[in-house]
Design a protein around this ligand. Structure first.
Ligand code: PAF
Length: 286
């Protein structure tokens, strides 16, 4: 497994496989966990050469203290990436991605970037994500890129970006990997105190309650949200948002219909912001 730090070295390393095999990209900000490793394993199974980018992208952080607190441990990340079948780690520094004089941005519009994460982290968040992902796609030219369903809105935004910009990369969405108690894997989990780590399990429990309610035939958004909110409230968890949105448009849906909807949640537990979601559908008639 090789580590490259410049776009020139990245392109040179990819040259032998161009035209002969497929390239998979797993974009990450490091602090790898099982969720990332599952993306890497899927890329290993689905493409001939697997690139993982490790780059803590400053432009997608609205809060400088969040950026500063973001965990970084490249040596550990590289070892884990190798164990999951990554061939090449691309770990550039900030100036390689955003050289002096850099002014370009990739900006989408509408609810998919303005709702939920866009509303709470600011519209600059997804602009930072789409700009860096478009640049990574331009650098790697991957046949497939792998993203986790845990970041459901990010997945939808990246799908819209590749469609809008005619980028010939297939976006592969990989199911959320969870701890045994249901907590979605996240680099932020390691910042939870043991007490808060135990409480964090109630986030997936809340989503599960809504899922069970939907499976039982409840279809109005208010009741589904209430089922989840009650569990968060009973456990004194601060909710930033908890909303049922259309999985395609990210507009609020008042009632489940045939298409998939996403019940998305962001909470803050012990100062750590966590997100999770579940896809809900109308229960089939008995
Ligand atoms: O999901 C992430 O880790 C980041 O948003 C991504 C896709 C690597 C872009 O910086």
């Amino acid at each position: 497994m090789r580590i490259v730090r410049t776009v020139a070295d990245l392109r040179a390393a990819l040259q032998p496989v161009r035209g002969t095999g497929t390239v998979g990209l797993v974009p990450t900000m490091g602090a790898l966990h099982e969720g990332h490793l599952e993306l890497a394993r899927r890329a290993r199974a689905g493409t001939d050469l697997v690139v993982m980018s490790i780059f803590v992208n400053p432009t997608q952080f609205n809060d400088p203290s969040d950026l500063a607190a973001y965990p970084r441990d490249e040596a550990r990340d590289v070892e884990l990436a190798g164990s999951a079948g990554v061939d090449l780690v691309f770990a550039p520094d900030v100036a390689e991605i955003y050289p002096p004089g850099f002014t370009a941005t990739v900006t989408l519009h509408g609810p998919i970037v303005e709702a939920l994460e866009g509303a709470h982290r600011g519209v600059g968040h997804f602009q930072g994500v789409t700009t860096v992902v478009a640049k990574l796609f331009g650098m790697v030219s991957p046949d497939r890129a792998y993203f986790g369903q845990k970041d459901a809105q990010q997945v939808r935004v990246v799908q819209a970006m590749v469609a809008d910009l005619n980028i010939p990369t297939e976006i592969v969405v990989v199911p959320t990997v969870r701890e045994p108690d249901g907590l979605a894997m996240s680099s932020r989990n390691r910042r939870l105190s043991p007490f808060d780590r135990a409480r964090a399990a109630h986030v997936s429990e809340a989503l599960r309650a809504a899922e069970l309610a939907a499976a039982g035939g409840i279809s109005d958004a208010g009741s589904l949200v209430h089922a989840a909110r009650k569990i968060l409230h009973d456990n004194a968890i601060d909710v930033e948002y908890l909303e049922l949105v259309d999985a395609d448009t990210f507009r609020p849906v008042p009632v489940l219909v045939t298409g998939p909807a996403v019940l998305a949640v962001a909470v803050v537990i012990g100062g750590v912001r966590l997100i999770d979601n579940v896809v809900l559908r109308l229960a089939p008639h008995p």
